[in-house]
Ligand binder design. Structure first.
Ligand code: SAM
Ligand code: CA
Length: 221
């Protein structure tokens, strides 16, 4: 028994997946196709997708935001968990990556739930705010370029309703955030945001050590 978060070795990780992962066939196919991509490590882990789907269901979310789509795995997890009238505003700058995403959204029958905006995400978020959409989203997932995370967090916090949830990915950054010898831009940005959120009284906080670390920030009412 341990009251400290476990380090999962390969055997325990396999057990964890084999006794808990319920990945729909369409997501498995997308994950296998993405695995052949040179940037495959950018995709979230399947257990994280299942966890985010549970959060979306738990909240009864209907309107969500995704910042960083890549080949669409996380957005498809969320889209499948949303009710028929659910909606995702999905932000990315890459036509190339998101072409694969669109193909799978179509195949899964959820393409009409996903409004893909190809533009720098800060611009898309500013447009949503300018169009009067503040406090209208239930859930936001932040998973694009790490240097802009603080900007994505501040805008997402305005865009979600009181009681809405922001999930921020890669907050443990393969352990680099805890290594003072690593001082590159992405690591410093993640470290600074982690420290800021620790003290941020606008939110209820939990840093969940799933996959590469997922911070949950619940907006105060
Ligand atoms: N959530 C995705 C998944 O589970 O498969 C992974 C997202 S990947 C880590 C990051 C994505 O952010 C890439 O697809 C990249 O094109 C996109 N991106 C990078 N800079 C961006 C920016 N300034 N605005 C919007 N998207 C950006
Ligand atoms: Ca990520």
């Amino acid at each position: 028994m341990s009251n400290k978060t476990l380090n999962l070795d390969d055997r325990l990780y396999d057990y964890f997946l084999s006794t808990s992962l319920r990945e729909p066939e369409i997501l498995r196919q997308l994950r296998e196709e993405t695995a052949e991509h040179e940037m495959a490590v950018m995709q979230i882990a399947p257990e994280q997708g299942q966890f985010m789907a549970l959060l979306v269901q738990l909240m009864g979310a209907t309107k969500t935001l995704e910042i960083g789509v890549f080949t669409g795995y996380s957005s498809l997890c969320v889209a499948l968990a949303l009710p028929p009238n659910g909606q995702i505003v999905a932000c990315d700058i890459s036509q190339e990556y998101t072409t694969l995403a669109r193909r799978y959204w179509e195949a899964a029958g959820v393409a009409d739930k996903i409004d893909l905006r190809i533009a720098p995400a800060l611009e898309t978020l500013d447009q949503l705010l300018a169009n009067g959409q503040a406090e209208s989203f239930d859930f936001a997932f932040i998973d694009a370029d790490k240097g802009n995370y603080d900007g994505y967090y501040e805008r997402s916090l305005q865009l979600i309703r009181p009681g809405g949830l922001i999930a921020i990915d890669n907050v443990l950054w393969s352990g680099r955030v805890a290594d003072p010898n690593i001082q590159n831009g992405s690591t410093k940005a993640l470290r600074a945001l982690n420290e800021k959120l620790h003290e941020d009284e606008r939110i209820t906080l939990s840093m969940v050590p799933i996959a590469d670390g997922l911070t949950l920030a619940l907006k105060g009412k």
